[in-house]
Design a protein around this ligand. Sequence first.
Ligand code: ATP
Ligand code: MG
Ligand code: MG
Ligand code: MG
Length: 487
Amino acid sequence: SHKSSAQIRQEFLDFFKSKQHLPVPSAPVAPKDDPTLLFTNAGMNQFKPIFLGEQPGYKKEGEVWRRVVDSQRCIRVSGKHNDLEEVGRDTYHHTLFEMLGNWSFGDYFKREAIRWAWELLVDEWDLEPDRLYATVFGGDEEDGLPVDEESIALWKEETGIAEDHILKFDKTDNFWEMGSTGPCGPCSEVHIDLRPDKERDQKPGAELVNMDDPKVMEIWNLVFIQFNRQSDGSLEKLPARHVDTGMGFERMCAVLQQKRSNYDTDLFTRLLDKIGALAELSYGNDEQTDIAMRVIADHIRAVSFSIADGVSPGNDGRGYVVRRILRRAIRYGWDRLELKEPFFHKLVPVLAEQFADVFPVLIQQQEYVINVIRSEEQSFLNTLGQGIELFEEMTKESDRISGEQAFKLHDTYGFPIDLTQLMARERGVEVDREGFKERMKQQKERARAAGKFTVDQSSQKQWITVHDTGEFEFTGYDELFSDVRIK
Ligand code: ATP
Ligand code: MG
Ligand code: MG
Ligand code: MG
C-alpha cells in the first residue's frame, strides 16, 4: 500500500527538520500587505522582505531562523501565472495547490539544496534515478550571464544523476527574477519521466522544455537567488545568497502513490466520491463527466480557502476572481452533472475535515464558508438556466456571439465573460470580446455620468482592473508594479 498524502507532506517537513529547518505556517492565499500580488502564487511571496534584505531571516519568538520549511497554499488563476484553462483538462495543474518548500536565507546554497533534493527523492522516496532529469540555466548573452556550470558540477558531484539527464535551458525556464529589478538568479528544476518503459526508449532530452508529454512532469524548482538586478538592467552580486524551492505537492503524491493523475490520489478521492454521490454518477466512465467532476473538485479548494482567508465572492478585485471560479464550477455541475440545486457548498465539510490539521483556517470558518457559497450558488442558479437557454438560442442562430449578446449574458444573467467564452469554445463558436469590452466601457460611462460610479481609492483597486471590462484583468505586473515575477 502507498503512503497517504498526509504522510508525504509530513515526510517532506521532517526531512528538512532533520536538516535544521524550522517548520513555518502557510501564509493566507490573499497576501495582506502586498499590493503587487492578487493571490499568493508561490511559496516565496511571504518571504519577500527577507530576500529584499529588509529582514535578516524568519523571526520567531525573538530568534532569527535562516532555514525554514513549509507548505504554502497557492492560487494561480491570474496575472503571469494563470493555469485556469488547464484545470480539469490536464491532470496536474490546479487553481489551488500546495507548494512545499525549503528555504535558506543567506545560509546554505546550491550544494546543499541539490544534494538534499536528490537525497529526498531518491534515498528517502525511492524514485528511480533513471526517470529524473535536472534542468540548469544555460546562460544568456544579452545579460552577460554564463551557463550555471556550478550547478552542473554539483548535480554530478552530489547526486547519482546521469550526465545526459542534466539539460540546459534558457532564461524563460531557468532564470528566476522577482521583476525588472531586485533579487534574482538561476534555477534548477527536477522533472520526472513517467512514461512506460516501452515509450522511454525515446529519451525526452531537449523536448522536455515543451512538457508536451503529460507523463513528463515538473515536480520541483530550486531557485538560487544570487544577484540583484539594478534599474539600469545590470546585475550585482548579492552579499547574501538564498535558496527558494517549490515542490508541487499534489504531483508528488501522484508520483509516490503511482497514480496517473493528481485526481487519483487521496487528496481528491473523497471530494470526487462526494460529487459522485450528489450527482448519482461515478468517476471514470465518461471523459466529459470526469472533466466536470475534476473541475468541481479543484474549484471547491480555491473557492473555500479564498473565503476562509477573507476573500468572498464579489464584483471586483480578488472577490471577482473567486466569483468567476465559483460560477465556472456551478455551470459544470448544471450542464454536465444535472446538478440544478445548490450543491457546491456541500463539499466544504469534506475539504475542511481533510485539511483540519494542515490548514485549520477552513474548519474554523466552516459554517461561514458554507453560508457564503450557498447563497452565492442560490443567486447564480436563479439566472443560470435561463442564461444557458439564451446562449443556446444565440448559438443556434449564429456561430458568433456578438459583443451585445455577451454583454447581455453578463449583465442580466451573471455570466462572467470567460464563462461565455468557455461555453462558446465547447460549441466551436466565437465570442466578440472587443465588442463586449466596448459595451462594458459604455455602461461604465453611463454610470459615471449618472453619478453612480464611485472610484474606490483603496490601494488594491488602483492596480486591478476588473469590473470595468467585465473580465478579470490584472494589470499590476506589467503596467504599474513590474517588480514581481514569481518563478
Ligand atoms: P509548470 O511548468 O508545470 O506550469 P511552473 O514552472 O509554472 O510549473 P513553478 O513556478 O516552478 O511552476 O512552481 C514550483 C512547482 O509548483 C512546480 O515545479 C510544480 O510542481 C508546482 N506547480 C506549479 N503550478 C502548479 C499548478 N497550477 N498546480 C499544481 N502544481 C503546480
Ligand atoms: Mg506554470
Ligand atoms: Mg515550468
Ligand atoms: Mg518551474
